[in-house]
Design a binder for this molecule. Structure first.
Ligand code: SAM
Length: 224
């Protein structure tokens, strides 16, 4: 078996610890604090996050879409695939090194989505991006952690709690969709989405496009 090799490492803003980029043959892995954030072999549910959210939008594109976290760009590439030429996609990525790695090492994995003129990427906490503007986004796609429970970054709890969900609700246009990726089901989170006012649907998706692999959960919350 080919051993993993760390090709770069960087500090994670706001916390102790670092994020590393590993490579093994043609496979890449982004890790923080010993946990794998993303692996290039498995990205079916990350793509499903964008496909499902766009399929629930009842107005035709152009859309304004916000994606929080870039990772390896699979969700972004899938959102571009679903969108028309006038759609604008804004990506908030917390870790500057992840953006740099997408330009230098990872871009080919998802077809270099950052080069698409419809995309703007900002090195910013998506919590801040969401709080900035009201009633602007047609879709907010969140894949910043393992999901509402099992956080690798505690401060991401601000996204998944009552106030974070209210902020996303306010930032969406009527008919807009909040889509949240998670490695596990979380009934308390479903309840919170409903209490905030989202028409909520839970979809179970396989990690791999082939229909194989672990089951992941995607919540789709539509703002009435
Ligand atoms: C699991 S990866 C996302 C994978 C991505 N969906 C893809 O298709 O490759 C999580 C990403 O979210 C970023 N992240 C974590 N917390 C964040 C935050 N609060 N705001 C923005 N990005 C964040 C991480 O640095 C990482 O790049």
């Amino acid at each position: 078996m080919i051993p993993w090799k760390a090709i770069d490492r960087a500090k994670v803003p706001g916390i102790e610890g670092e994020v590393t980029l590993h490579v093994r043959d043609r496979e890449f892995s982004i890790r923080t604090a010993g946990t794998e954030l993303m692996n290039s072999r498995i990205h079916g549910s990350e793509e499903a996050l964008a496909e499902l959210a766009c399929s629930r939008l009842n107005q035709k594109s152009p859309w304004q879409i916000l994606i929080g976290g870039l990772g390896m760009g699979y969700t972004l590439a899938a959102a571009l695939e679903e969108s028309g030429s006038d759609t604008q996609i804004f990506v908030s990525e917390l870790i500057p090194a992840v953006v740099r790695w997408n330009r230098d090492h990872l871009g080919h994995l998802a077809g270099r989505p950052l080069d698409d003129p419809r995309v703007r990427v900002e090195e910013e906490d998506v919590v801040k991006t969401i709080a900035k503007r009201k009633s602007v986004w047609d879709a907010i796609l969140l894949d910043v952690d393992n999901g509402p429970s099992g956080l690798t970054r505690e401060s991401n709890d601000r996204l998944y709690g009552k106030f974070g969900l209210k902020a996303s609700f306010n930032a969406l246009r009527p008919g807009g969709v909040l889509a949240v990726w998670s490695s596990a089901v979380d009934e308390a989170f479903t309840l919170r989405l409903k209490r905030v006012g989202f028409k909520t649907e839970i979809v179970s998706v396989r990690a791999r496009k082939s229909g194989k692999g672990s089951k992941h959960t995607i919540w789709l919350g539509v703002k009435p």
